[in-house]
Design a protein around this ligand. Structure first.
Ligand code: NAD
Ligand code: DAU
Length: 348
């Protein structure tokens, strides 16, 4: 029996990882540690919350004593660390939250793993989930490989870059077994509607303006979230200690083209006249320090671990739109704030 700590499991990607691990590995005990910030929603996990191999713990990774105690109580074999402040725009208005959770929180987890495991590191793993944003911004040419030098621009990406460096430092200095993966933009069910795709789906549905930053020329590499969760499963079980794996969709889209595509799908699904949703597009002030282009070379994880995305964008985006349209209640509870009452109702 292995006991695995997954941090940030009530968030978007974390909830997909928790669901995958709870279902696929009944022989593991999965402990989901989450502070339940505005981005944490236990309603993302109702499908597995009663499974005997799942446990939820509410707590803050910034509290070092609490984290040490948690490692004593559960004797974890592995950690998959996803908890973070994750929205770039929020990092521009409030960087300190990002410094505390993404940097100090990560160091607290590293310290606890080091002190509980250092008698014998064998069979242990600290897996840190990171982002392609640490590599900075590309021009029209080029692609991020695992060797690309770090060049973060936003407080969010700088805090993630910092945490990556610290994870590597604990490996190089203390021998802590670690794996890091850097992934491109995820999309899919259960994403908080502050991020581009769910925000725009909801705005189209409710006939609100679609705020496109700048000229809409920025490019992102989109990956369906379940494909990311599968990559995390592989890298956790087969990744080599000390290694970094880039994970991407090989699926670059200029924002404005993606938004037009989304408008087209929404017009069809909502049986609106062609071109109705596009009329909601409104160009607004650009994001400060807005990175122009991200693109990931995922050939290393493909060659070494046999991972490849399984969803085409057409398929993934269609599935995503359908999910949000079929889960109106989820969206309403998130936008009204009602989802934050779930913890009290469920756990008292
Ligand atoms: P999210 O914002 O949806 O979820 C983050 C979760 O962390 C929430 O449940 C929140 O309650 C929890 N959390 C925040 N602060 C905490 C704290 N101090 N203690 C305990 N829990 C805390 O984020 P996401 O989009 O699911 O991203 C998850 C991870 O993946 C992050 O590390 C992010 O940097 C990384 N990542 C995200 C993307 C993406 O496109 N969303 C891409 C690559 C990497
Ligand atoms: O690349 C991986 C990163 O992807 C993750 O590390 C981050 O956690 C995640 O939030 C995401 O960051 P982005 O900033 O790329 O995602 P976001 O959905 O905020 O924005 C995507 C693009 O759309 C970006 O170029 C900004 C633009 N945008 C976004 C919003 C919210 C708009 O034009 N209008 C908007 O209202």
């Amino acid at each position: 029996m292995k006991t695995i700590l997954i941090t940030g499991g009530a968030g978007f990607i974390g909830s997909h990882v928790v669901r995958l691990f709870v279902k696929k590995y009944p022989e593991y005990k999965i402990v989901n540690l989450d502070k339940l910030t505005y981005a944490g929603n236990l309603e993302n996990l109702t499908e597995i919350e009663k499974e005997p191999n799942y446990e939820f713990v509410k707590g803050d990774i910034v509290d070092g004593d609490f984290i040490q105690q948690l490692f004593t109580d559960y004797d974890f074999n592995g950690v998959i660390h996803l908890a973070a402040e994750s929205h770039v725009d929020r990092s521009i208005s409030n960087p300190m939250e990002f410094i505390m959770t993404n940097i100090v929180g990560t160091v607290n987890l590293l310290n606890a793993a080091k002190s509980h495991w250092e008698i014998n590191f064998r069979g242990k793993l600290f897996y840190h989930i990171s982002t392609d944003e640490v590599y900075g911004s590309l021009g029209e040419e080029g692609i991020f490989t695992e060797e690309t030098a770090y060049d973060p621009h936003s407080p969010y990406s700088a805090s993630k870059a910092s945490s990556d460096h610290l994870v590597r430092a604990y490996h190089d200095t203390y021998g802590l077994p670690v794996v890091i993966s850097n992934c491109s933009n995820n999309y899919g069910p259960f994403q908080f509607p502050e991020k581009l795709i769910p925000l725009f789906i909801n705005n189209i549905k409710t006939n609100k303006a679609l705020p496109v930053y700048g000229k809409g020329i920025n490019i992102r590499d989109w990956l369906y979230v379940e494909d990311h969760a599968k990559a995390i499963d592989l890298a956790f079980h087969q990744g080599k200690s000390g290694e970094t794996y880039n994970i991407g969709g090989n699926n670059e889209w200029k924002n404005i083209d993606l938004i037009r595509k989304l408008c087209e799908i929404m017009d069809t699904r909502l049986e609106r006249k062609e071109g109705t949703s596009e009329k909601l597009i409104t160009f607004v002030k650009d994001r400060a320090g807005h990175d122009l282009r991200y693109a990931i070379d995922s050939s290393k994880i493909k060659e070494e671990l046999g991972w490849e995305p399984t969803h085409s964008f057409e398929q993934g985006l269609g599935k995503t739109v359908d999910w949000y349209l079929q889960n109106e209640k989820w969206m309403k509870r998130v936008t009204s704030g009602d989802y934050q009452k779930y913890y009290e109702q469920q756990y008292g």
